[in-house]
Ligand binder design. Structure first.
Ligand code: BGC
Length: 376
């Protein structure tokens, strides 16, 4: 009798546990994350790799919302700023946390450009300029479709969005795809793709805010940064590039060798950027993926190394973070996170001498950015 009971118990346990085992092994899961103010459902997509590392994304803004990585002792921490709910993402506290930025990231002078003889006026949301794609329907705010895609390199999710002609006053129906892959080497690979039916400017990026000691840690000024850039694009008082390309030599912008972020930042406090908020011209040898930046937290040993095929990277030291409450009630203080945004140079649409951001019918916009996480 006892033996029969035991067998029944073992069989019952097996059937009860097997769904859990299946869930634990699944590389991509999707869970409801809540609804926007207008009632649209938002989903959270979780990618997990063989090391138990988890990367999470939201359908709102095709947002990279959390990244749990080990320190040199194996202790995990979420290194990305974000919120626990949709209301947080819809609040003033959300300064583009982790989102996909576009149609054109960074600033366009006075929101104006002309293309093929026609003038366009974009929304001025960072007076006197246009910033990060505009207002209500910029790519960070809309809901994207998410699909699991087969990928040999790891677990992969593809976000897609059809931006209609005239959205945010940009011309052309633009089909956009952003694919995130989490590999077993703890890399998050972002692949951008877009096509259009009319000529239009396109320059997408990701706006992840990193603090490698864990999001909500007091400062990022103790992190060590290296940038593969000998030059940068100086700006005017409104952060619009003057068109000049200058050397970083002899300035606080020289990160060609590793420097602690806080070492020279005060020299920039009384400038237009009130800290680091500069586009660096990447040293490039060819057209493929090349090293752009390396960020290290010396205490935890966590490192993120960034590779891209883009000509520039914006290094922004979180100067406008103001102590907003984020995930798990943690506070995001002034200069407590950095963004390293791979991109074309800001205001390229008005700088014919720089690499073009105009996409024409029949062409494909492509951009790859890899965040490789490791420890030292
Ligand atoms: C820009 C900053 C801006 C921030 C918004 C960065 O990409 O360079 O100037 O304030 O985004 O959060």
């Amino acid at each position: 009798m006892k033996r029969i009971q035991k067998t029944v118990l073992v069989v019952a346990m097996f059937f009860l546990m097997s769904p859990l085992v299946l869930i634990a092994e699944e590389a991509m899961t999707r869970t409801p994350f809540g609804r926007t103010k207008t009632g649209a459902p938002v989903e959270k997509i979780t990618l997990t790799n063989a090391n138990g590392v988890r990367a999470e994304f939201l359908t709102r803004g095709a947002t990279f919302c959390s990244m749990n990585v080990p320190d040199r002792d194996g202790t995990m921490a979420d290194v990305l700023l974000g919120f626990d709910n949709v209301a947080g993402y819809e609040s003033k506290g959300n300064q583009y946390f982790g989102c996909t930025v576009g149609r054109v990231c960074n600033r366009i002078a006075k929101g104006k450009f002309s293309l093929d003889g026609k003038s366009y006026q974009l929304y001025i949301n960072d007076p006197p300029n246009h910033l990060h794609g505009g207002d209500g329907n910029s790519l960070d705010k809309v809901i994207w479709k998410a699909d699991e895609v087969p990928c040999e390199q790891g677990a992969s999710v593809r976000f897609s969005y059809n931006s209609p002609d005239g959205e945010e006053n940009y011309p052309g129906n633009l089909l956009i795809e952003v694919t995130y892959t989490l590999t077993d080497k703890n890399e998050v690979r972002i692949e951008y793709f877009a096509t259009t039916d009319q000529a239009t400017p396109v320059c997408l990026t990701n706006h992840a805010y990193f603090n490698l000691a864990g999001a909500g840690s007091k400062t990022v000024l103790d992190h060590i940064l290296t940038l593969n850039a000998d030059r940068y694009t100086p700006t005017d008082e409104t952060l619009i590039p003057t068109g000049e390309i200058a050397t970083v030599k002899g300035t606080p912008l020289d990160f060609t060798t590793p420097h602690v972020i806080g070492e020279r930042i005060e020299k920039l406090t009384n400038t237009a950027s009130i800290g680091y908020d500069h586009n660096f011209v990447l040293n490039r040898k060819g057209k493929g993926l090349e090293l752009a930046a390396k960020l290290k937290d010396p205490k935890s040993g966590r490192v993120v190394t960034i590779f891209t095929d883009q000509p520039g990277i914006q290094f922004y030291s979180g100067n406008f973070l103001f102590g907003q409450k984020g995930k798990q009630g943690k506070t995001y203080a002034h200069r407590s996170a950095v963004c390293l945004e791979t991109q074309h140079y800001p205001d390229s649409v008005n700088k014919p001498q720089w690499p073009s951001i105009i996409l024409r019918p029949g062409e494909e916009y492509r951009h790859v950015c890899v965040y490789a996480f490791s420890v030292e």
